[in-house]
Each structure stands twice: as structure tokens, then as C-alpha cells.
Design a protein around this ligand. Structure first.
Ligand SMILES: *Cc1c(COP(=O)(O)O)cnc(C)c1O
Length: 423
């Protein structure tokens, strides 16, 4: 069989065999509906409640504070729309978020802006860290909600969630974070970090697709997005995805137990990958945090850009060699609009287009990394030779692009995330 080197773990991950094994009985033996009164129903309900406890424990929450959803997209929508619609008043209508959110958060805010909410998109610096001073300034009496991504899905930058949570608490403002990429990769405690709502899913951490959860701090009221049965405290009606929930909890059990070991292993490989690419390819740069510590950057994330290269061509060519990667944005390659995240860190379109995201996992080996480096070197060289733009022309173009200030302080416009399938 052709060699497959999977380096797109921010889009989705391989399901752990132990997770599959835990799920299987719930398709053909324990297939009851948790809402049913009979024995099979009771067994299914027991499995759901056990899973809820596992997930609650992993972030220092109580089981009643966890609701199961169909994934992180739904969790983000329930948290943001559900909270803001419930609490809107003439005086309180401001939502603070950032220019580097996942489309699920970004589009939820866009929907709310059409309902009369005032959305503020915080700037980030060139490594993707939010402007804390701007956050402080924006935290006035009209703020209803702050929603800030934890570990960024494109560039891996990890925000100082504890400092943000503390600020929000001081201002009595509810704080939501999308922790889909960081959950079970770095330690999270909702009380220590003053997080009021937290989004997570299973398929970014070796669990199944189509299942996620939302942590909602006890006492916080939410308007459900749709009507239905009494499931999930009426906040997310619909028959439980029991195999998914069981698989999610199994993945959480495995990943939280092995978190430190995995992070150390993956980080070492990532650092080696980045070091080799930067050293062995001219005109290659790292996007995102230059501090590679686990406090500042997701341990599995590398996002690099190459002069005179189109990220999409790179992804296609590497795919022919069995290497699965993503452009900087993980968006449809048919859509050539550059990533809003790379835009927000100040990269001109030209440079954003030359970006490649490589995201590793516990299944990645050093051999995989060596193979990928070898092929990336080869493909970059070939593409540069083929490039219709000579280096001289590129230099001129670059000078023109740099004329456009993309950092614009206080600029509230933000480029839209593309309709991404995955991350
Ligand atoms: C993948 C991802 C999502 C969407 O998750 P789904 O479970 O596929 O809906 C949301 N936010 C972030 C940060 C992600 O990486």
C-alpha cells in the first residue's frame, strides 16, 4: 500500500482503536434510547451519564454543567447565540471576540450583528496574540459576552486564557472560549481560569466525528436554539448519539491520562520538523508564535510560509506523495481567498497564499517527518522553478503589498473566514 503520512490533525484525527472498541457494543447490543424506560434504555442512559462525568472531570467541572452536542460548531452556536439572545437589553449588547476565531464563532457573531448586537473584533499581534490593552479598554458596561479562541486552529497560538478569564471576572462579564484544538492537549481547569463556557469536540482528539460538548457554568442561562424533547436540560434536544458519546469519553480518558507524554513527544517532532524546514529551505518562515513552548503554541502545530509558492499547489503535490497537509486556512482550495487568520497577523495576501499547515499527532513518527521534509524540499524547488513569476517580479510585488497596512489599530473590520469544511 502507498505510504500515507497524515499531517492534517487540526482538520480531524485518526480514531484511536481503543475508542472504536469502546463504541462498538453501542451499535448492536446496547442500542437502547437513553430516554426509554426499559432495561436497554437504562443501560444507555447510564453510559451517557458516565461519559458526562468523565468529560466534566477532565476540566474541573460538575456533570450537570456539561451538555452533549453534535460537535464544536454547534457548541459555539449554542454558547454565543443562546447566551446573548437570552440576556440582550438596550444597555447590554456588545460582544467582544477576535479576528482569528474559527468560522463557527465568527459566523455566530455575524448572525448576532444582524440582530442588533455590537461586535468588537480584537486585533492580534504578528504572532497571533490578542491585544490585552484593547480588551481592557473595550470591557465597558455594555459588554454581554467575551468569546476568545484558546488554541488557534490555523497557527496554533495559545492565548493567555487565565489572564483573560480574570479580566472578565473582574468586569462581571461571561467568558466563552473555543478550546476545540487545545482540549486534552494542554491542561484546562474552568475554575482556575475563570472560564464560564467552553467548547470541545471528539474528532480533533482521536474520537469520532459528529459529537462534541459545551461546558456551561452552573447558573448561566441559555436560550436553546431549537425546540424538541427534554434532552440535555432542554438546551440541546434530540436523541443522544450514544456510541459517539461513549467514544468521546473514551478518547478523553485516554488523552487526558497520556496528555503530558503525548505533548512532549509531539512537540519534539514538531520542533524538529520546523527546525529542518527553516534551515534547509531558503525563503521559509514560521507563522504564529515563535515561542514554541506548550504555554504559547499548540504542541502539534507547524504553520510555515514559502516565498514564491502557492500553498494550494504544495498541498496537491504533497498529496500525490501520500502526505496529507493543509493550506494555511484548511479551506476549500477552489476558494483562493486567503485565510482571515493569516490576514489578521499582518501577512499580505501573497505571503498568506504561500502558507502550509502541518499538524502532527501521537501517531506521527520521526520517519514520517523525515519523509515529509524531503518531499517538501523537492516540491518547493520544483514549484519555484515552474513559477511564472520571476524572483525579480516577486520582489517588486512584495514591495507593493507591504504598502498596505493590515495591522490597522482600532480597525474593526475583519476578513471573513471562508466556509471551511474542517478546521
Ligand atoms: C474543528 C473546529 C471546530 C468545528 O468542530 P466540529 O466538531 O467539526 O463542528 C470549531 N472550532 C475549532 C477551533 C475547530 O478547530
Amino acid at each position: 500500500m502507498k505510504r500515507i503520512v497524515y499531517m492534517d490533525n487540526a482538520a480531524t484525527t485518526r480514531v484511536d482503536d481503543r475508542v472504536v472498541k469502546a463504541m462498538l457494543p453501542y451499535f448492536t447490543e446496547e442500542y437502547g434510547n437513553p430516554s426509554s424506560l426499559h432495561k436497554l434504555g437504562i443501560e444507555a442512559q447510564r453510559a451517557v451519564e458516565k461519559a458526562r462525568e468523565t468529560i466534566a472531570r477532565s476540566i474541573g467541572a460538575s456533570p450537570e454543567e456539561i451538555i452533549f452536542t453534535s460537535g464544536a460548531t454547534e457548541s459555539d452556536n449554542i454558547a454565543i447565540k443562546g447566551y446573548c439572545r437570552k440576556h440582550k437589553s438596550d444597555k447590554k449588547n456588545k460582544i467582544i471576540t477576535t479576528k482569528i476565531e474559527h468560522a463557527a464563532v465568527f459566523r455566530s457573531c455575524v448572525h448576532l450583528s444582524r440582530e442588533g448586537f455590537n461586535i468588537v473584533y480584537l486585533n492580534v499581534d504578528k504572532e497571533g496574540f490578542i491585544d490585552m490593552e484593547q480588551l481592557k479598554k473595550e470591557l465597558d458596561d455594555s459588554v454581554l459576552l467575551v468569546s476568545i479562541i484558546h488554541g488557534n486552529n490555523e497557527i496554533g497560538t495559545i492565548q493567555d486564557i487565565e489572564a483573560i478569564g480574570k479580566l472578565c471576572k473582574e468586569h462581571n462579564v461571561v467568558f466563552h472560549t473555543d478550546a476545540t484544538q487545545s482540549y486534552c492537549k494542554v491542561p484546562i481547569n474552568v475554575d482556575e481560569e475563570n472560564i464560564d463556557m467552553l467548547t470541545m469536540n471528539a474528532h480533533k482528539m482521536h474520537g469520532p466525528k459528529g459529537i462534541g460538548a459545551l461546558y456551561i457554568r452552573d447558573g448561566i442561562k441559555i436560550d436553546p436554539l431549537y425546540g424538541g424533547g427534554p434532552h440535555e436540560f432542554r438546551l440541546r434536544p434530540g436523541t443522544h448519539n450514544v456510541p459517539g458519546i461513549v467514544g468521546f469519553a473514551k478518547a478523553v480518558e485516554i488523552e487526558s491520562k497520556e496528555m503530558e507524554k503525548t505533548a512532549e513527544y509531539v512537540k519534539k517532532l514538531r520542533d524538529y520538523l520546523v527546525e529542518r524546514l527553516l534551515k534547509e529551505i531558503d525563503g521559509c518562515y514560521l507563522n504564529g508564535s515563535s515561542d514554541l513552548s506548550i504555554e504559547k503554541r499548540l504542541p502539534n502545530n507547524a504553520n510555515l510560509r514559502f516565498d514564491y509558492i502557492e500553498g494550494e499547489s504544495l498541498v496537491f503535490r504533497l498529496s500525490d506523495y501520500g502526505i496529507m497537509t493543509s493550506t494555511g486556512s484548511a479551506c476549500s482550495s477552489a476558494n483562493l481567498t486567503p485565510s482571515h487568520v493569516l490576514n489578521a497577523i499582518g501577512l499580505p495576501h501573497e505571503k498568506a497564499h504561500g502558507s502550509l499547515r502541518l499538524t502532527l499527532s501521537k501517531y506521527t513518527t520521526k520517519k514520517d517527518v523525515d519523509y515529509a521534509v524531503e518531499k517538501i524540499k523537492k516540491v518547493v524547488e520544483e514549484l519555484r522553478e515552474l513559477s511564472p513569476l520571476t524572483k525579480k517580479e516577486n520582489k517588486e510585488k512584495e514591495r507593493r503589498d507591504n504598502g498596505f497596512g493590515l495591522h490597522g489599530k482600532g480597525n474593526r473590520t475583519v476578513s471573513e473566514p471562508q466556509e471551511c469544511g474542517g478546521a
